[in-house]
Design a protein around this ligand. Structure first.
Ligand code: GDP
Length: 858
């Protein structure tokens, strides 16, 4: 940025030298030779001149005046809410208006600006006479500080934001002080009178002399440290106070000062209270109002002014909350949720500098139904855990540990994928290794594939147990081949997965399986500290009569002791009693030991973390904080993964992957759909199929979608009733399709930020077939109960069997008792005849839908 000659400048701006000289002349500058130096000021003048010539007169008169850039952004979108049942549809028009004003100043930052700002902070109110002067200084510094205002520059944006935060802090501090001063001023007269009276009585008494410094010191302390930045007036004032027998004016001041300082330091001013409002990552309107001690309606009103329509129970983001709090004259203190929790935790939990020792692997068993998961778990428990115990039978506690000469292995006794994904959905990574059981006489089945995909999605190593090798028809070779196809390749074939042949019935190979697990854990180098306070995860919990909340937990670090105070998700309590997997009362439990504990305030969720904390009060506070956070995250989750928002999020740089969970009616459509959807990936967004399977949408699919922030897609399949509830509760984005092209088109549109099609399908109602009658006139008539929404005549329908679409057609006849009706509402029985379809069976479901045209405003 050093000064250039005219010639150099001409080269830089790429215009002929002659023209530049001409322009310089026109601008009235004294630079008229090619080798003359053009300094910054002259460049600016030239620029101003050129702008003027081009009719852009703004900010030309003085290049030093601010250039204001106002960015306005208006986004209109429409939110469609169709209940899963299709019962009702709501259209909500959302208009988001954003306005940002950037002020750019071209002059350099005054190097003294910072100092001056500091000046103000440290120049406290010391004398009444000083007030006028101080206000002046502050105004001046205000203008200085403003020059540090944001500059529109992508690279500097972060810096600027930080700076802005600081500036805001300063500004608020300044405003606070101004208010204080105002109040001091108002009281000044009064104070002066009192002081004058005091002065008369106490100028020479030693007691007053002794007393004064005692509270004056407190107030003056910070100033002493900052002697250099202190205003001279303050110094004078202090001197005045110290030296008695000086001139009356000073004496007068000396007596006044402490009174004001006392006021300043120990009493609340008459001016409005400025609160420090802690703002977490998102905050509910009512709570924010409470923090500022104002009515929620007031907050809503202010939000409207900011262009945001919010309800009392709505959560608003941190940025908005900060602006709002400032608008309302309070001081926002930005807090991240983790900060709060970390801060609280740091007070109660020991700092982790403990020595780590190798620990047992924690293992989950998954696989297709009837392939022997339960048998394997039972075999291991009976032979390895309960052996030698009186009675031999153990109570089911959700997990148990097996000890061998080489080390221990902890098994989670919750077979099935649902438990695994449910835990994962809560963000818990409890499993170190997954065993996938495949029956040698059956081979790879849908749930085997599902298990593989779940384990891979969780990035947990897999060990394959080829079970039932005692059976004559066992064909382990076939299992290996089938698994290799889905990228689970045995070590002996050059892959990285351990395959073991076992029989859960005879016990053959089970020892080797456990050894393989220990080997795998050595590879993983699993380590944990044994010393110190315990922490870990909840495996399961239940309420038991006479025992209260019973939770099975797995210690991951440290040692858990009876009497410890435990914080467990949103629950807490003192550990009253602890049992191991053989129901033996124990006093201590180390890493990877599953134990059943009594004493919690309620039942925590599987996958919740537990911690030993120092005292019950903090445990309770933390539990409450988590509860709040949980509530908020539920609010936040509602804004998670939505197909409609992919583009907006991409544009905002928030997302670069679009995760999908796809369920289809047949394998063929799954392959086709998966392939074409993944192909839609662009440089900006990666379309990823987290899981694809055949059959209706079940709870596991929903949990997986939740865990991986995925969008659920049903192709000719529907969600079952349990998963429908979960989908509604967690507000997961679910899309049904019946044509592959539609699905592809919708994803494509969402990636490219295009509008939805004009024709959309809406599910109106669902009826369940309770009985089937024959009618000579209509063929098969399904005696139904409308279980959701409304069923109407002459609308298109789909017949679902096991949540898979088996037929699509038209509703021909709709009757209640003997009468033809036009519609039947939920909870009523009716007879439905489907045109050209006679294959209806009891238990089938009939879905009634309509195609609607979407009108939208742009
Ligand atoms: P899960 O549904 O995966 O838990 O399977 P189960 O453990 O309930 O086993 C299903 C059936 O397979 C049961 O009848 C078991 O007795 C049988 N089974 C399990 N493992 C073996 C095995 O290794 N050999 C034989 N022959 N049968 C087995």
């Amino acid at each position: 940025m050093s000064n250039q000659t005219v010639r150099q400048l001409a080269e830089v701006v790429k215009i002929p030298l002659d023209r530049l000289l001409e322009q310089l002349k026109e601008a009235g500058l004294k630079v008229n030779r090619p080798d003359d130096i053009v300094d910054e000021g002259e460049k600016n003048k030239l620029l101003a001149h050129l702008r003027k010539r081009h009719g852009k007169n703004d900010g030309v008169d003085s290049v030093d005046t601010p250039k204001r850039v106002i960015l306005k952004h208006r986004k209109v979108s429409e939110l469609k809410q169709t209940s899963i049942s299709g019962k009702s549809t709501k259209s909500i028009s959302i208009e988001v208006r954003k306005k940002k004003t950037y002020v750019k100043r071209s002059d350099e930052l005054n190097p003294n600006a910072e100092n001056k700002a500091v000046d103000i902070q440290t120049t406290d109110v010391t004398t009444v006479d000083a007030i006028g002067k101080k206000t002046n200084i502050e105004t001046k510094s205000k203008s200085v500080v403003e020059k540090i205002d944001p500059v529109v520059d992508a690279e500097q944006q972060k810096k600027v934001l930080e700076k802005k935060k600081e500036d805001d802090k300063e500004r608020l501090e300044r405003e606070r002080k101004q208010r204080l001063e105002a109040s001091v001023e108002r009281n000044a007269e009064k104070v002066r009178k009192i002081a004058a009276a005091k002065q008369q009585a106490a100028t020479t008494t030693t007691t007053t002399e002794k007393k004064k410094p005692s509270y004056r010191n407190k107030a003056a302390e910070p100033k002493r440290n900052d002697k250099n930045t202190k205003s001279a007036v303050a110094d004078k004032g202090r001197k005045g106070r110290g030296g008695k027998g000086k001139k009356g004016r000073l004496k007068g001041r000396a007596a006044v000062n402490p009174a004001i300082e006392t006021k300043h330091q120990f009493e609340m001013p008459v001016a409005p209270t400025i609160k420090e409002v802690a703002i977490p990552e998102s905050i509910i309107v009512s709570e924010l109002a409470q923090k500022m001690s104002v009515k929620a309606a007031e907050v809503i009103k202010q939000l409207m002014k900011l262009g945001l329509m919010a309800t009392i129970n709505q959560s608003i983001d941190q940025e908005t909350a900060v602006i709002l709090v400032e608008e309302m004259g309070h001081k926002p203190v930005i807090q991240s949720d983790d900060d709060i929790e970390q801060e609280m935790l740091s007070q109660v939990v020991e700092v982790d500098g403990r020595e780590h020792f190798s620990r047992a692997p924690i293992v989950t068993i998954m696989g297709h139904v009837d392939h022997g998961k339960t048998s394997l778990l039972d075999y291991i428990r009976k032979t390895r855990v309960a052996a030698g115990e009186a009675g031999g039978i153990t109570q089911h506690i959700g997990a148990y540990q097996v000890k061998t000469d080489h080390g221990s292995v902890t098994f989670l006794d919750t077979p099935g994928h649902a438990a695994f994904t449910a835990m994962r959905a809560r963000g818990a990574k409890i499993t170190d290794v997954v065993i996938i059981v495949v029956a040698a006489d059956d081979g790879v089945m849908p749930q085997t594939k599902e298990a593989v995909e779940h384990a891979k999605a969780a990035e947990v190593p897999i060990i394959i147990a080829i079970n039932k090798i005692d059976k004559p028809e066992a064909n382990p070779e076939k299992v290996m081949q089938e698994l290799a196809i889905i990228n689970v390749v045995p070590e002996e074939w050059g892959g990285d997965t351990q395959f073991l042949k076992i029989s859960a019935k005879t016990g053959e190979g089970v020892n080797e399986l456990i050894e393989a697990l220990i080997l795998q854990s050595e590879i993983l180098e699993l380590k944990a500290p044994i010393e110190g306070t315990a922490s870990g995860l909840v495996v399961e919990s239940r309420l038991e009569k006479g025992r209260g909340a019973v939770a099975t937990i797995l210690v991951q670090k440290g040692t858990l002791k009876k009497g410890d105070i435990i914080l467990c998700g949103h629950e807490y309590g003192r550990l009253r009693a602890m049992f191991d997997e053989t129901s033996t009362l124990i006093k201590e439990a180390g890493p990877c030991a599953p134990v059943e504990i009594l004493g919690l305030s309620g039942t925590p969720n599987a996958g919740d973390e537990f911690l030993v904390v120092k005292n019950e009060r903090t445990a309770r506070e933390l539990a409450e904080h988590r509860e709040d956070k949980h509530k908020l995250s539920r609010h936040a989750a509602q804004q998670a993964a939505k197909l409609d928002e992919v583009f907006a999020k991409m544009a905002a740089g928030e997302t670069s992957t679009l995760n999908l969970v796809i369920k289809t009616d047949v394998q063929g459509s799954l392959e086709a759909l998966r392939e074409s959807l993944v192909k839609l990936s662009t440089d900006e967004v990666d379309v990823k199929c987290v899981y694809g399977g055949v059959g209706g949408i079940n709870e596991g699919d929903v949990n997986l979608a939740l865990a991986s922030g995925a969008i659920l897609m049903g192709f000719n399949v529907r969600a079952d009733s349990t998963s429908r509830k979960l989908i509604a509760e967690k507000d997961i984005d679910l899309h049904y399709y019946s044509v592959i092209y539609e699905a592809i088109d919708e994803v494509k549109r969402s990636i490219n930020g295009m509008l939805a099609p004009d024709i959309q399908e809406k599910i109106l109602g669902l009826a369940e077939v309770r009985d089937v009658f024959r009618s000579p006139k209509f063929g098969s008539i399904a005696g139904c109960m409308v279980i959701d929404g409304i069923v109407k005549r002459n609308l298109p329908i789909r017949v679902l069997r096991d949540n898979v679409v088996i037929y699509e057609g038209q509703l021909e006849s709709l009757r209640r008792f003997k009468d033809d009706v036009n519609e039947v509402k939920m909870g009523m029985e009716c007879g439905i005849g489907v045109k050209n379809y006679n294959d209806v069976k009891t238990g089938d479901q009939i879905e009634v839908f309509e195609r609607i045209e979407v009108k939208r405003e742009i």
